[in-house]
Design a protein around this ligand. Structure first.
Ligand code: NAD
Ligand code: ZN
Ligand code: ZN
Length: 342
């Protein structure tokens, strides 16, 4: 089968023929229909410092996908050939304290699809049945392809109650944009998003945020004045991984405010801890998705009319992977999709 492979310890990816994956008794074989390109895939392709220590070659990359079940192992129940599915990309050990307690998203030994084992940028992918999410209600294929990052957005945006709250989101990348859509849909009063890319802020306006602020030109404090906020934001969602953005959140939160932090900083940085203490701010780190509570929430949010279509801005044939990766790395648009059915 065709697959996008990190073949050697050097920059780039190669579209090449590899053997189809084999499945064990508890696994499902899936024909891949569409995939989403994630920042992780860009890191692996570019072969940066993180990728060099995290990846063993050769590796089929990719973890965001939708596909159709074409085979099931003998122990698999409740998943059938022909089912339309996406996959939870965190494979857990099932044995550690958190796994045994049902907190699988907090497993100590998580292995990433397309990071620690062969992934989904291929014609077929194999996954344990416990990682497969069956779309019981029809979902747009492009949206189904990005359930993994959509789950990051939902997990973060619903970390704290947001009905009627004023929410500040830093970073209007694909995940920040989806979080903005979720926060609005879930009943936040004001949803303000910040970025330094005018193109991405324009996408946020299409989603219908209260205010999309270019923090290269204006401050969050000025944004508060525009909206008539007197005491600061109630909830912060950090979705950029940038130190300046975390400082913006801390400085503009009300007393007792709460921050859910998804953005992954590339290194340590300083923040105003005295302000965090005296403002009694709660900071929660968010990784991945809750299995499978977040997946349930995603499906019902879409059923309830949540519209993610403005977030998807690039669609490519898998053979045009170089152009697709360049589009995603450009950092100006939204999510980029590869079609594997052509
Ligand atoms: N914790 C997890 O499980 C998890 C999963 C996926 C992604 N992530 C991280 O979440 C973040 C969002 O992912 P993404 O794919 O949308 O990333 P992205 O890099 O596409 O988006 C980040 C955005 O932040 C913007 N930005 C830069 N400086 C800023 C500033 N000072 N203020 C506000 N915005 C600023 C960038 O212009 C960009 O649009 C990334 O840091 C990513 O590494 C974490
Ligand atoms: Zn991803
Ligand atoms: Zn575990």
């Amino acid at each position: 089968m065709k697959a996008l492979v990190k073949e050697k310890a050097e920059p780039g990816l190669r579209l090449m023929d590899v053997p189809e994956p084999e499945i064990g008794p508890g696994d499902v074989l899936i024909k891949v229909l569409r995939t989403g390109i994630c920042g992780t895939d860009l890191h692996i392709s570019a072969w940066d410092g993180w990728a060099q220590q995290a990846i063993a070659t050769p590796l089929v990359v990719g973890h965001e996908f939708v596909g159709e079940v074409v085979g099931t192992g003998r122990d698999v129940e409740d998943i059938a050939v022909g089912d339309r599915v996406s996959g939870e990309g965190h494979l857990v050990c099932g044995k550690c304290r958190n796994c045994l307690a049902g907190r699988r998203h907090m497993c100590r030994a998580t292995v990433g699809l397309g990071v620690g084992r062969d992934g989904a940028f291929a014609e077929y992918v194999a996954l344990p049945a416990t990682n497969v999410w069956v779309h019981k209600v029809p979902v747009d294929l492009d949206v189904a392809a990005i359930f993994d990052p959509f789950g990051n957005a939902v997990h973060t945006a619903l970390s704290f109650p947001i009905v009627g709250e004023d929410v500040l989101i830093t970073g209007a990348g694909p995940i920040g944009l989806m979080a903005a859509a979720v926060a609005r849909h879930a009943g936040a009063r004001n949803v303000v998003i910040t970025d330094v890319s005018e193109e991405r802020l324009e996408l946020a306006r299409k989603i219908g945020v209260s205010l999309a602020l270019n923090v290269a030109e204006t401050t969050v404090a000025e944004g508060q004045q525009v909206l008539g906020l007197r005491e600061g934001f109630d909830i912060g969602l950090e979705m950029s991984g940038r130190p300046e953005a975390m400082r913006d959140l801390i400085a503009n939160l009300t007393n007792g405010g709460r921050i859910a932090m998804l953005g992954l900083p590339s290194q340590e940085f300083a923040v105003d801890w005295a302000k965090i203490v005296t403002s009694m701010i709660t900071i929660k780190g968010v990784y991945g998705r809750e299995m499978f509570e977040t997946w349930y929430a995603m499906s019902v949010l879409l059923e309830g009319g949540l519209d993610l279509s403005p977030v998807i801005t690039g669609r490519y044939d898998y053979r045009e992977h170089e152009a697709a990766f360049a589009d995603a790395a450009g950092g100006r648009g939204g999510k980029v999709i590869l079609d594997w059915t052509v």
